[in-house]
Design a protein around this ligand. Structure first.
Ligand SMILES: O=C(O)CCC(=O)C(=O)O
Length: 275
């Protein structure tokens, strides 16, 4: 299923779209999981936005240990192998899951950002797998700035904690050498922006250093339900970031005996695939 072209695209442009990456059965499993998750959010569940019409953008993360369907997908689906093959690494550890759910017609668009700066780890060999569970139009799908995973610039990232006024998620780039985040939306013609019409089962696998955002902007009758899994390859090490982390794993990592600079491992981040 994964071709040399997928591997080359992921390496060069930072994202590759894999059509029909997972079966209808796995899509059904994840849909049941997301329904259970919405009915009973974890303590990390947050409403990022509610608009004047009551349309909601909901986010939750790290629910895989409590939602059996998510756990089944993480441990038993082809996803770990897809991540390892696309990243072209020798082994893969699971990091965490996230969901992004928008009610029909929601307009809220995720701000452009990179993922790895928020994480309690550092490394180039990472990926996130954006997995819509309903059809999504190109104009509403996640957008990727081609090649941005290799820019090597430290940017001031959006403080998602401020969206929900939750200090657990706060990041602050004041008094750092980070430069202002580029205005992608205001200068769209200056960038190669990739996105696609996607069907359930299609997955966009992207490097966690890649600039992405812009999903939302739904047609009136369209909802959006996305499951995302995040995977770590060979060069990833524990890294506690002075700017803050979202989600911040410092406490659980320290409890599991992991310190700054350590390779990823332990039961917290199970190794689920080896070449
Ligand atoms: O789906 C979204 O709105 C945001 C997705 C995202 O930022 C991610 O998967 O890292």
């Amino acid at each position: 299923m994964i071709t040399d072209e997928h591997v080359a695209e992921f390496s060069e442009q930072g994202v590759t779209l894999i059509r029909k990456a997972i079966s209808d059965e796995w899509v059904h499993v994840l849909r049941s999981g997301i329904d259970a998750n919405i009915a009973s959010p974890s303590d990390r569940g947050r409403v990022w936005d509610t608009d004047a019409e009551g349309r909601v953008t909901f986010y939750d993360s790290q629910a895989w240990r409590s939602i059996p369907e998510y756990r089944d997908f993480v441990l038993n689906s082809p996803m770990a192998g897809i991540a390892g093959t696309v990243m072209n690494v020798s082994k893969v550890n699971f990091f965490f899951d996230a969901v992004f759910v928008r009610s029909p017609g929601a307009q809220f668009r995720t701000p452009f950002h990179q993922d790895e700066p928020y994480w309690s780890v550092e490394g180039f060999e990472t990926c996130s797998a954006w997995t819509p569970l309903v059809p999504v139009e190109k104009k509403s799908a996640l957008e990727f700035v081609a090649g941005s995973h290799r820019w090597g610039v430290k940017y001031q990232q959006t403080n998602f904690g401020a969206l929900v006024d939750d200090e657990r998620d706060y990041v602050s780039y004041e008094n750092t050498d980070a430069v202002p985040f580029p205005d992608i939306e205001g200068n769209r013609d200056d960038y190669e922006i990739l996105s696609w019409d996607m069907e359930p089962g299609d997955i966009a696998v992207f490097n966690a250093r890649m600039i992405h955002g812009g999903s939302g902007n739904l047609a009136a009758e369209r909802e959006l339900k996305v499951f995302n899994t995040q995977w770590l390859g060979d060069d990833v090490r524990v890294r506690f970031k002075p700017e803050g982390m979202d989600p911040d794993h410092t406490a659980v990592m320290t409890e599991a005996g992991l310190s700054d600079g350590d390779p990823i491992g332990t039961d917290l981040y199970p190794e689920l695939w080896r070449r």
